[in-house]
Design a protein around this ligand. Structure first.
Ligand code: FES
Ligand SMILES: [Fe+2]
Length: 411
């Protein structure tokens, strides 16, 4: 349970908020690289309640600017992307990827107005098929979170996102909450092999979990342990990497993944999913088939479609439930989004009743709140100033037989 004030501090990310300020110091997934073509349409990007425009210039360089034209605030997403700059269609001012105004055709020849105007522009980095942006105020951007996918060719990686109309923290809590797996996702685990390679290794055997949280410089590793009646132990070790990354255990041998829950604003979130196959090229249909994800859209910019909301109970199909499906949803991740959206646009944590199975989310809240407070007091989070070996991080699904033998190899 949090006080109303703590909940506000945890959830709000707009300009000037404590959490918003510190989140801006992290490299942030912003838009898929493929959306930006050289001299192609500029794209609006909204993140942390702020609007930006992203474009790729004639040479392939990405520009990331405040959305409003410095002249009179017209959206630069309406602009013409030509000859190494974005030209506002209102009066023709042109701005390059460095935020420099390079032409002001509305002023008389010889005017020096252009040299006096600067547009806020932000460093970008492309990795995993996505443009990442740094919106921080520190001296320089931190180490890039180079998870192992950066070491694979583009064809091995599927990067996509869902757009979810609720606050980012409850989505992050869902990703870190291993204890819901055997309840909410029961239908997929019973009938399919979601995130499981071969026979189902035991998550359904016990509904309650015993957590062990191991603090790390980058966040924590949470081991959710299940003790089955026959003496088998099932361990699911989830990595939480500040501020929004999770790596969820799977027994698939070569398909790996990182999730990132990135606030669009206080009430909407981009749920990024980076999947990569160590063995070779893959695609979105193959990833969904291997994970037994159910029927979800293959639109890489929003796989949460068709879109339902509270008014139609998130598309829950009671007939499907009569036929034996536990929740009646088309796709496993839709189960997550439905329950998390149903907590309210910004979940009220002053009314909850937490138990021992909630320690992973309690710890995450603590870390985030401490981080926001430290940043207010002038301290950057350790993860941004110390060396982290992101490429070595691996979630683990492990099954230990009563004999003590590990029967599902660690992956
Ligand atoms: S508003 Fe953009 S050029 Fe005038
Ligand atoms: Fe889930």
């Amino acid at each position: 349970m949090l006080s109303k004030e703590q909940n506000e501090m945890l959830c709000r990310v707009g300009p000037g908020t404590p959490m918003g300020n510190v989140l801006r110091e992290f490299w942030t997934p912003a838009i898929r690289s493929a959306r930006l073509e050289p001299d192609g349409a500029p794209q609006r990007v909204r993140v942390f309640g702020q609007d930006f425009v992203a474009f790729r210039d004639t040479t392939g360089k990405v520009g990331f600017l405040d959305e409003g034209c410095p002249h009179r605030g017209v959206s630069l997403a309406l602009g013409r992307n030509e000859e190494c700059g974005l030209r506002c269609i209102f009066h023709g001012w042109k701005i390059n990827t460095d935020g420099q105004v390079v032409e002001v055709p509305s002023e008389p020849a010889g005017s020096n107005l252009a040299s006096k105007v600067r547009v806020n522009h932000y460093p970008t980095h492309e990795a995993g098929g996505v443009v990442w942006v740094w919106l921080g105020k520190a001296e320089k951007p931190p180490q890039f979170p180079a998870f192992d996918f950066v070491n694979y060719p583009a064809e091995n990686i599927v990067a996509r996102k869902a757009i979810i109309p609720c606050n980012w923290v409850q989505l992050l809590e869902g990703a870190l909450d291993s204890s819901h797996v055997s309840s909410l996702h029961r239908a997929w685990l019973t009938h399919g092999s979601n995130m499981m390679d071969g026979p189902h290794p035991g998550v359904m055997g016990a509904l309650s979990v015993k957590y062990e949280i191991n603090d790390r410089l980058y966040g924590y590793m949470a081991n959710a342990r299940r003790f089955l009646a026959d003496g088998t132990q099932v361990n699911r070790m989830t990595e939480y990497v500040l501020p929004w990354f999770t790596m969820i255990p799977s027994t698939l041998k070569t398909l790996r993944g990182v999730l990132a829950v990135v606030p669009i604003d206080d009430e909407n979130t981009h749920f990024w999913d980076f999947s990569w196959d160590e063995a070779g090229p893959t695609d979105v249909a193959t990833v969904d088939r291997l994970r037994n994800s159910g029927k979800r859209s293959h639109d890489l910019d929003n796989y949460f479609q068709p879109r339902w909301g509270a008014e139609d109970v998130w598309g829950q199909d009671r007939q499907k439930m009569k036929e034996g499906h536990y929740t009646g949803f088309l796709a496993l991740s839709f189960e997550d989004y439905a329950v998390q959206e149903s907590q309210g646009t910004i979940a009220d944590r002053s009314k909850e009743h937490l138990g021992t199975s909630d320690v992973a989310i309690i710890r995450m809240r603590r870390i985030l709140l401490d981080m926001a407070r430290d940043y207010q007091n002038g301290k950057l989070p350790d993860i941004l100033t110390r060396e982290i070996e992101y490429e070595k991080l691996r979630p683990v699904h492990e099954v230990i037989a009563p004999s003590g033998e590990t029967i599902t190899p660690m992956v």
